[in-house]
Write a new protein. Structure first.
Length: 439
């Protein structure tokens, strides 16, 4: 007789329950999940119970030199060597804490408490762990990473002009180096005061082969020199520029005869009647070759004939054409006249016959209302002046020189003698006129 299965109350599984467990164990996914859960519990047990003092080394942790920097910056100091330094940290503690650490969980910084002034110092490094649960983690630096060398100094700024130094530069015969400039014209330096104090001159050294007879440009590196002209090597100083564009302006030399010019001279005037001498007959100048080659003589100043006086010595400022420079730094010349061949004569001119009008626009009329032009002073050779009468002299009105206004107007006239081009008038003269419009 077959025995009946015992029920669950009797502690013996029913056939259906045994079948369900067997089926579950035969399933691959179920077995994997069960294995994973068991492995997790096993790892937690090992790390929390068995591995309570795990040790791990974390590498390539950068040293934060700004951490706690107020202790030296308040002394006016700065770190001038700007070190980039990484270290390795040894961490020990419970495995479940240690296993999650990375280099971002640590701050490594120098101990600045011993910094009292400028100079190089070996500083002890400190390390802090910022991870959660850091109180249960012991951290330390490897012995070879426990110190760092730092250089402290007062940092300053220095601005110096850039000087152009020409070396092995030869200028062609008949030419001259007029100017040598550098762009930019100055350099700004930042660095330790101890280094900056050594620098006295900044030089852009120009060196070129061959003979120069024209303008030249070249980019050259800058050199920093001490008081004795020796180059100063930089360790920690920086500059805003490291090179400059050097321009050499080379001019052509010339010896030019000096002349003067006259203004307010009469129509057709013969200047040969004015015999003068100059305090300097020629002027040594320099300028661009094409400009110098076009110059015949150097008209350095002007004399107003309306203010001419016998035996007067004129002091004229030297005015040179654009681009031309004097090699003698000549500012003024004296002009004296030989007036032995000149005389004077004064005439009163009848306005109705002496005045002539030119360039009067159509639609306008002009009437001279002055009767005479009094005391017209004429200069010229005595024999020429002797035969002059008032009828020989013309007082010209050139309307092109006027701002034409309808009504009464005093108008300046220019005096000339058509039959005697050696004669000129001194002074200014006007006539009263009435201008009408026919429009």
């Amino acid at each position: 007789m077959n025995k009946q299965p015992v029920n669950s109350a009797g502690g013996e599984k029913k056939p259906t329950q045994q079948l369900r467990v067997a089926t579950l164990l035969d399933n691959n996914r179920a077995r994997f999940a069960i294995s994973l859960v068991l492995a997790l519990f096993a790892w937690m047990y090992v790390t929390m119970v068995i591995q309570t003092n795990t040790v791990q080394t974390i590498t390539n942790i950068p040293v934060d030199f700004s951490y706690g920097s107020v202790s030296y910056t308040q002394q006016g100091l700065s770190i001038v060597n700007q070190p980039e330094y990484t270290v390795s940290v040894v961490a020990s503690g419970d495995g479940y804490l240690i296993g999650n650490l990375s280099k971002d969980d640590f701050i490594v910084y120098p101990d600045y408490s011993s910094v009292k002034g400028s100079g190089e110092m070996k500083l002890r490094l400190n390390v802090r762990c910022t991870a959660s649960g850091s109180n249960a983690i012991d951290v330390s630096l490897k012995k070879e990473n426990s110190t760092v060398n730092v250089i402290f100094d007062t940092v300053g700024d220095l601005k110096l002009p850039i000087t152009v130094a020409t070396r092995n530069v030869t200028i062609e015969e008949g030419y001259i180096l007029n100017r040598a400039v550098a762009l930019p014209g100055e350099v700004n330096l930042t660095g330790p005061v101890g280094e900056l104090e050594k620098i006295k001159t900044v030089v852009a050294e120009f060196d070129v082969d061959g003979k120069l007879q024209g303008n030249t440009q070249v980019r050259v590196p800058l050199k920093y020199l001490d008081e004795e002209g020796h180059e100063v090597p930089f360790t920690y100083t920086t500059s805003d520029v490291n090179e400059a564009e050097v321009s050499l302006t080379v001019y052509k030399l010339a010896e030019m005869p000096i002349s003067i010019s006259f203004v307010n001279k009469p129509l057709g005037f013969d200047e040969s009647v004015l015999k003068y001498s100059l305090s300097q007959e020629s002027l040594r100048v320099a300028g661009p070759a094409d400009v110098v080659d076009r110059l015949g003589e150097m008209a350095v100043g002007t004399i107003d004939l309306s203010t001419f006086a016998l035996d007067k010595v004129y002091e004229l400022p030297v005015t040179l054409p654009n681009g031309i420079v004097s090699q003698e730094n000549l500012k003024r010349i004296n002009v004296s006249f030989d007036c032995s061949g000149l005389s004077t004569k004064t005439l009163n001119l009848p306005a109705d016959t002496a005045v002539e009008v030119i360039n009067l626009p159509s639609g306008y009329t002009i009437a001279v209302e002055s009767e005479r032009i009094h005391n017209v002073e004429l200069y010229g050779p005595p024999d020429v002046l002797e035969g002059l009468t008032a009828q020989s002299v013309v007082a010209r009105i050139d309307i092109d020189d006027l701002s034409l206004v309808v009504g009464q107007q005093n108008i300046a006239v220019s005096i000339y003698v058509p039959s005697a081009p050696q004669v000129f008038a001194v002074g200014t003269y006007t006539v009263q006129c009435k201008i009408e419009s026919n429009g």
